[in-house]
Ligand binder design. Structure first.
Ligand SMILES: Nc1ncnc2c1ncn2[C@@H]1O[C@H](COP(=O)(O)OP(=O)(O)OP(=O)(O)O)[C@@H](O)[C@H]1O
Ligand SMILES: [Mg+2]
Length: 871
């Protein structure tokens, strides 16, 4: 580091350079390269030091005050960047762009990269099973519609979409991008407010003029090198294109100038895929569980037997976007079936698939020119493994495999080239030598040859000098500071030859150099510098060369991902005894012996009770499912949704047999406890979700409604539930399973042909109940709520009292006041209704539940429990 002498304003030239760059990025943290460190100054240092857990020091003065300073070693940069991103910060990376040895004055520095959550491509940090999207959203004067676009920088996949604002917000929530850009301006659009309220934290305002349709079309056309965007099928989507154009500009501003792996932009929305809304994705726990928001016990984690990163990502993407049309489903399903039947072939796959690197992301790195020599070697390995896998695929017969063989590109030439060029174990950096193999470049080989004799001289020097001087302990060594030396211990010093030149004195020894050794050393140093530079140049040429084949590399990656997924689904079918569902375009759903793919896995083997289902839009349209608490209604409801989704990604399903009349959308309304923190009451959320379903469901949809109406008073709830069922039956005509505690709803079956009653059976045994978890026809008119309360350990006196009250309630029709009086008459012990309220009861009455977060509620609950226990 060169220290300036201080300018006229008392600021060193270095700090002046720093300030000039920092001015342009007031809201981002500057990583300022100085030697082997990235330094942060001033407020940046103060802010970042605790996040990064590094020491906060200071250096120099500015206007009389010490300048805070914090630094991180350059080679560990990714780790620190990841922490800053996690903390919601954005980082500007400033590098030295000239050799400090050649610099006159302060070393020249430039911004090389801007790192934001959506543009980061940090090694080893990204979750391999999830795409990392940078999203953008745009609205014109019509606030009811919006356009979105999103890109996964690591894979190069770029999409756009357009529709009602509501739909677009749903879509973004399902995708959960790392970062979403929106046009900044005086008035923040409503939909940004909605996103914020829904808990979206990674919103980045981006100057409004970057969102311009004409500019977007011009720049994207130029970027893709096409005459028109019509070929991508995106032309009609003006709002979506505007958002895509802004994303492109945002990437360029972040200095992502190389994007060769982004070869197309496609429309994400299409009738080919089932559109699952956010609440369904959550309620069915497709990729995350409801309780902790981790992957554990989600459908994805339960069925993911893929062995490659690309395969895992494809599976997750498909679970969130199942197919809607029979062709793609059957295409994949036939492949799964073939591998399912050919287990001996399947067994040959795992060793190969495990070896397969994340080729898709390596291609992305190549496209961004962020591929180090070791990664290039890994890319080649990927191509070779893919070739090997294809020899197996060639023997398979299903159309999906034949298509793979047809479209598989030849990449032999590229892998040969890489093999010829790279050493066997190339390093992580390209500018420190050992990258290029001998025989690849005559120029390089000559350079290396030119120092060969010097190296031989040094290698043999020790032996030679020992013989010449007769000192057996004489040593030839090397260190960074002094270079080569000859070391003689004190005891032998008098034998030192006269041509030795003293260089360094140690406690027990002296170090020397000879004229000849010095010359050879200089020769090697000069040549090495040239060798390193040449190797780096050759490497960069090699990378450019490889980038020419990007399309092919991406195609290979896609084929292997699909193959891995099919193999994994075949393994799943065989390991868990799934069956191959019949797929057709009727509106029937027939499942024999269906199981819940996640819960059956958690319970001890054989403990899950299988259940059937028979629904058809024109005959058995609506199933009213009653049954006691804890009997398995919700489990059954979800299992139907999960089976349909699995079937529609081409998988086998957990059942003995299944016929799936294709579903265009699965809608769910399942318990809501999760939105309390967002200031919406349970009942409000329930009604919002119900309303969404009633507006958007079609005759081909599948509706899974769990206790609609529960969140309010009995009569309100019952009335709403009743009316909803009538509406579905008459207007939507969708296949529906409606789980409820309102036994009154079983009356609907008598009024409507297509409504059927089912119940989950339980057995009474002495004075307890046994849950059979078996769905049988008929309505259940007992909820056994009191039994469940007893099982849960509610005090005996309360259980007894509840039974008394229940009998009274069931004995006749009472108005509230009559009921209260009736109970009084029958009571000679202390009445529940007029005993003075306990402090806990008081507290409960005072409490506003809607304003509590689940955590607070838990805390209060345990506090109350403590008070009661203390009594
Ligand atoms: N088919 C089944 N086989 C075995 N165990 C089951 C089955 N279905 C449900 N269970 C078990 O019973 C528990 C309760 O099931 P579930 O939550 O579906 O009941 P529910 O009827 O919806 O209750 P509530 O009315 O209180 O909402 C589950 O957690 C599961 O452990
Ligand atoms: Mg339930």
């Amino acid at each position: 580091m060169k220290k300036g002498s201080g300018g006229h304003d008392g600021i060193t030239p270095l700090m002046r350079q720093y300030n000039k760059i920092k001015e342009q990025y007031p809201d981002k943290i500057l990583f300022f390269r100085m030697g082997d460190f990235y330094e942060m100054f001033g407020d940046d240092a103060v802010k970042a030091a605790p996040i990064l857990n590094v020491a906060l020091t200071s250096r120099g003065h500015m206007n009389g005050a010490r300048i805070p300073l914090a630094g991180v070693p350059y080679h560990a940069m990714d780790k620190y960047l990841a922490r800053l991103l996690e903390a919601g910060e954005k980082v500007v990376v400033v590098e030295q762009v000239e050799d400090p040895k050649l610099a006159k004055g302060v070393v020249k520095r430039e911004v090389v990269e801007i790192i934001t959550p959506g543009t980061a491509t940090i090694d080893g940090v990204a979750d391999i099973a999830s795409p990392l999207y940078l999203g953008g959203i745009y609205q014109d004067n019509d606030a009811s519609a919006a356009g979105i676009a999103y890109i996964d920088l690591l894979s190069g996949k770029f999409y756009l979409d357009e529709g009602t604002s509501e739909k677009m917000i749903e879509k973004l929530r399902v995708l959960s991008p790392q970062e979403i850009i929106f046009p900044s301006g005086e008035s923040v659009p409503d939909l940004i407010e909605v996103l914020k309220r829904s808990g979206e934290r990674r919103l980045t305002p981006f100057d409004g003029w970057n969102f311009d349709y004409q500019t977007a079309v011009r720049e994207l056309t130029a970027f893709f090198g096409v005459g028109t965007l019509d070929g991508f099928g995106v032309a009609p989507f003006h709002r979506g294109l505007t958002a895509a154009g802004a994303i492109y500009r945002y990437l360029r501003e972040a200095n992502r100038n190389h994007l060769d792996h982004v070869t197309k932009i496609t429309v994400a929305a299409s009738d080919d895929y089932m559109a699952l809304d956010y609440s369904t994705v959550r309620n069915l726990e497709l990729v995350k569980n409801l309780s902790e928001s981790t992957e554990k016990d989600s459908l994805f984690s339960a069925v993911n037997l893929t062995l490659t990163a690309g395969g895992a990502r494809l599976l997750k993407e498909n679970i969130l976007h199942p197919f809607c049309r029979p062709e793609p489903i059957l295409h994949r399903q036939k492949g799964v079936k073939e591998l399912f039947l050919q287990r001996e072939i399947s067994l040959r796959l795992p060793p190969l698939l495990r070896k397969f690197p994340d080729l898709e992301r390596l291609a992305g790195r190549l496209g961004m020119r962020k591929l180090n020599p070791r990664q290039l070697a890994s890319l080649r390995e990927g191509l070779l493994v893919a070739d090997e896998l294809m020899t197996i695929v060639r023997d398979l017969r299903s159309p999906v495999f034949q298509d793979m063989v047809q479209s598989y590109p030849a990449t032999m030439e590229l892998s040969r080239l890489i093999e010829k060029a790279l050493t066997d174990e190339p390093p992580l950096v390209s500018n420190k030598g050992n990258v290029i193999r001998a025989g690849y470049s005559a120029e390089l080989d000559n350079l290396k040859d030119s120092i060969k004799s010097a190296r031989v001289f040094i290698a043999s020097l020790q032996q030679k000098e020992r013989e010449r001087t007769g000192i057996p302990s004489l040593k030839v060594g090397y260190n960074q500071v002094f270079g080569y030396y000859i070391e003689i211990t004190r005891t032998h010093l008098e034998k030192t030859p006269s041509d030795y030149i003293r260089k360094q004195t140690l406690v027990n020894a002296e170090r020397f150099i000879t004229q000849e050794l010095k010359e050879k050393e200089e020769l090697i140093a000069a040549a090495e510098e040239k060798i390193f530079a040449l190797e780096e140049r050759l490497y960069n040429e090699l990378v450019e060369n490889a980038a020419e084949s990007l399309k092919d590399i991406i195609a290979v990656a896609e084929i292997i991902s699909e193959f891995d997924l099919i193999a994994a689904l075949a393994d799943l079918a065989s390991a868990r005894m799934y069956c191959c569902p019949d797929i057709d375009e009727n509106t029937a759903l027939e499942i024999i012996g269906g199981r819940h793919p996640v819960i059956e896995n958690i319970l001890p083997a054989g403990n899950f009770i299988a259940n059937d289902l028979s629904l058809a839009a024109d005959t058995d349209r609506i199933m009213i499912l009653t049954g006691p608490n804890m009997s398995g209604k919700s489990t059954y409801l979800r299992q139907i949704g999960l089976i349909v989704i699995l079937a529609q990604i081409g998988s086998f399903v957990p059942a003995e047999s299944a016929r799936i009349g294709l579903v265009d959308r699965v809608f769910t309304r399942v318990g809501a406890i999760d939105n309390l923190a967002r200031g919406q009451s349970t009942f409000l959320v329930e009604m919002i979700e119900t309303s969404n379903i009633l507006h958007n469901a079609t005759e081909k949809s599948l509706l899974l409604l769990d206790e609609v109406g529960r969140g309010t008073s009995t009569f309100d709830g019952l009335s709403i539930a009743w009316a909803v069922v009538e509406f579905i039956n008459e207007n939507i005509r969708a296949r529906t399973v409606f789980a409820t505690h309102y036994h009154e709803l079983t009356g609907l079956a008598a009024l409507y042909d297509r409504v059927r009653n089912y119940q989950v059976s339980v057995k009474r045994w002495e004075d307890t109940i046994i849950f059979l978890h078996k769905i049988i026809p008929g309505g259940c008119d007992d909820s056994y709520g009191i039994e469940v309360a007893r099982l849960a350990g509610v005090p005996r006196s309360i259980v007894g009292r509840s039974r008394e009250l229940l009998h009274l309630l069931e004995s006749g029709k009472f108005s509230q006041s009559e009921l209260a009086r009736g109970i009084h008459k029958n009571m000679n012990q202390r009445s529940l209704f007029d005993s003075p309220p306990s402090p806990v009861e008081e507290e409960l009455r005072e409490m506003n539940i809607d304003s509590l977060t689940p955590l607070e509620a838990l805390r209060i609950l345990s506090e109350m429990k403590r008070k009661l226990d203390d009594k």
